[in-house]
Design a protein around this ligand. Sequence first.
Ligand SMILES: [Zn+2]
Length: 318
Amino acid sequence: MSDSPSPVQLYTGAELALYGFGEGHPFGPDRMDAFWQETIRQGLDKRVSIAAPVMADRAAIERFHTPEYVNRVINQSESGQGYLDQGDTPAFKGIYEAAATVVGTVLAAAEESINGTHPRCFIPIAGLHHARRNMAAGFCVFNDAGVLIETLRSEYGIKRIAYVDIDAHHGDGVYYAFESDPDLCFVDIHEDGTHLYPGTGFADETGTGAATGTKLNLPQRPGANDADFLKTWPEAETFIRTFKPEFIIFQCGADSIKGDPITDMAFTPKSHAHAAASLCRIADEFSQGRIVALGGGGYNRTNLAEGWNAVLLQLILT
Ligand SMILES: [Zn+2]
């Protein structure tokens, strides 16, 4: 191993695991540790810098979310009662602090990526891409990617951002929030919306108004495998390169790997590694190396452990 410091920072800790909906839930608090035990098993913890989670303040969350919605989360976090949406995302006591910690950790990673010595960062419990500005959805309370995009603009003057998502589900919370934003390059490879929640992300959704042509939705058939991914990826890569992003956000959801209990896709971690390596090269070329990877979905514990660590390894190696 070389003496030079790793360019990669990994965020891990019990505070991130608190974002989970109870043992037995697909999005349970045990996901963090399933990932981390595999990180240790592969020795990757010795090859990255480790940093602790950070809680975001309310003002940061409101760069993306409405004050009314933040109030609702705070109130239901105190009571621990009811749902934060139509019935997918239950409240629990402390959910505000847990969700704010996901956001704060992603923002800390961005700051590290921009100002620090670690341009490449990985946050396993993050990438909550279904949350809307004014509501929760699909296990997602605060949309950390959405807050990150707004923060890059308002706090760092970084305008041209690429958001790349290979989670099995369409990143609708990011897509619709920035559908008319020409400076947000959106690329999403996901299971076709006619088969899977949230039922969006069709190929003809390319952005609106001045943003038409800045969004690329690449829906896949149920059962899509690595061969399908490799056939699809060059179009994604060319699209991102042509855009020349100043910063890259990579949502590397592991629920697109074969054997996930709630989706029907059949990628292996090789697809995740391929995308990660490609995005690192693009980041080096156009974005001063700056890439933040967010774990996203993934409900088969073995898959998320292998898929996310495959991404982490490429952040280290590429
Ligand atoms: Zn998903």
